[in-house]
Design a protein around this ligand. Structure first.
Ligand code: ADP
Length: 470
């Protein structure tokens, strides 16, 4: 059980404080209050008892009053005259008859006030009452003492119960505190081990603490970070291995072709020329791969901090189609554009240019079986939609999901023949995502491919935003 969950911790703290207050009340406040209450509780009893004996005393029945005092020593009556000489004492032990009665409160008693005081003595509570009375024209003082062992015993028991329950109550927060410290230590140790494993590269994601405390939160963030790092590392490894593989193929071809020229001394001029043309093509291919790799690296770094500004995609689409119209004509295709003006999105010119360029170039490359490539750009609701249609062979259904992966090519031989690197669509996906858009590939009926890019539209900028009048 974890005690460090946010609210549990706060509740525990409150519990500790409340318990400490209880302990304080039990041990420091209740016993003295109870004692005072017990000592005060006999004031009326003593007053009534003294009233009870004063009437016969005022009539001079001293002896009969003294004789009526029980012999158990719980009650003691002393009568002194106006000079404070004791004339009657009911005590059998320590009788002070004939001696002076020296007690606090005698003055008050003679002034007519009933003087009461009580205190605890060894195992007893002692209650004293001093009253004055007159008999036969003379003043007397009555001293009444009641010694109560039962109340003292009751108080002692109550005090013990208070202290005992105080200690018991104190054990609860102490136990809670120990449990929290143990739990905290365990969590901190686990976290520390996880960090150590992370720094030494031995951390295996999926070990996050499942509790709901703050340390578990850190552990979960750490786990997410480790999982992200592992995924990034895996992607990096795959990318490096794929890139090496892609670079190796043209390099091997160059090596083979150049070795063949070197090892064939009497090669005809035409053959040498043909081999050199092949070498040149392979070098072009290497250049294309390197250019695309550099683009990917650039766009990857770009993705976090791309400068997105309001951009009319119509301008970009027109620029790209103008640029590729010659390639389309060379491939025997018509490049038909239906471009709506003022399709503003928050984007980066270079990124969108690359997206449009790659998609239209692919449509020309892979749609050469048809007659035309169609480009549409328009705004619908809160989106700007860019569509490239071709009448080529389309994309096999199984490959649709993977064509945006790096180095993925449907038909390696065909792609190679068309100078493909398998990186164009992955660049498209990264660039579109950076501009907060989406891209999808579909097949058209009866044949051909369709690429749809959607960007969230943005309002046309005012003069202040792009420096030109709106
Ligand atoms: P490449 O440089 O090989 O063209 P891309 O990433 O641009 O790489 O494309 C990946 C693969 O997707 C291509 O090899 C091709 O098989 C397929 N593809 C892309 N565009 C089209 C299209 N318009 N029609 C058919 N297949 C396409």
């Amino acid at each position: 059980m974890r005690f460090f969950s946010r609210y549990t911790f706060r509740f525990s703290l409150c519990l500790v404080l409340v318990t400490l207050m209880f302990v304080l009340i039990c041990t420091c406040l209740i016993p003295p209050v109870l004692k005072n209450a017990l000592l005060e509780s006999k004031r009326n009893f003593m007053l009534q008892s003294s009233e009870f004996v004063l009437t016969p005393l005022e009539n001079g029945h001293f002896n009969s009053v003294m004789a009526s005092v029980p012999k158990d020593n719980a009650m003691r009556l002393i009568i002194a005259d106006s000079r404070l000489t004791v004339i009657h004492d009911s005590a059998t032990q320590g009788n002070i008859k004939g001696k002076y009665l020296v007690l606090p409160g005698v003055d008050k008693a003679f002034s007519g006030e009933a003087y009461y005081n009580a205190y605890s003595e060894k195992n007893d509570f002692v209650y004293n009452m001093l009253r004055s009375f007159t008999f036969d024209g003379n003043d007397y003082v009555l001293f009444m003492r009641y010694t109560d062992g039962d109340s003292a015993q009751l108080f002692k028991t109550c005090k013990q119960v208070c202290i005992f329950s105080g200690i018991l109550l104190l054990l609860v927060p102490v136990a809670l505190l120990i449990a929290q410290i143990v739990s905290f230590n365990k969590s901190i140790t686990n976290l520390s081990n996880s960090i150590t494993h992370l720094t030494t590269g031995k951390y295996v994601p999926g070990q996050a603490d499942t509790a709901s405390d703050e340390i578990a939160d850190i552990s979960r963030h750490l786990d997410e970070f480790a999982a992200h790092q592992a995924k990034t590392e895996e992607l990096r490894r795959t990318f490096v291995s794929d890139a090496s593989h892609e670079l190796k193929t043209p390099l091997a071809a160059v090596k083979l072709l150049s070795d063949t020229i070197l090892l064939t001394p009497k090669m005809s001029h035409e053959d040498v020329r043909e081999f050199l043309t092949d070498i040149s093509n392979e070098i072009d291919r290497l250049t294309r791969i390197c250019t695309r790799l550099l683009q990917i690296t650039k766009f990857d770094a770009f993705s976090d901090k791309a400068d997105l500004v309001p951009l009319d995609l119509a301008t970009v689409a027109e620029n790209v189609s103008r640029m590729l119209s010659k390639s389309a004509t060379a491939a025997g295709l018509d490049l038909r554009c239906e471009i709506q003006d003022g399709c503003y999105v928050s984007a980066n010119y270079d990124l969108v240019f690359q997206v449009f360029y790659n998609l239209i170039e692919n449509a020309i490359k892979y749609g050469a079986d048809g007659n035309e490539v169609r480009i549409f750009l328009y705004q619908k609701d809160s989106s700007v939609i860019f569509i490239v249609d071709d009448d080529g062979a389309g994309i096999p259904e199984n490959d649709l999901k993977r064509i945006f992966d790096r180095f993925y090519r449907v038909d390696k031989a065909r792609s190679r023949a068309t100078g493909g690197t398998g990186l164009g669509l992955s660049i498209v996906a990264t660039a579109v995502a950076t501009c907060r858009g989406t891209v999808e590939a579909q097949n058209r009926s009866p044949h051909g491919a369709r690429f749809i890019v959607r960007f969230p539209s943005c309002p046309k900028p005012t003069a202040n935003e792009d420096g030109e009048p709106s």
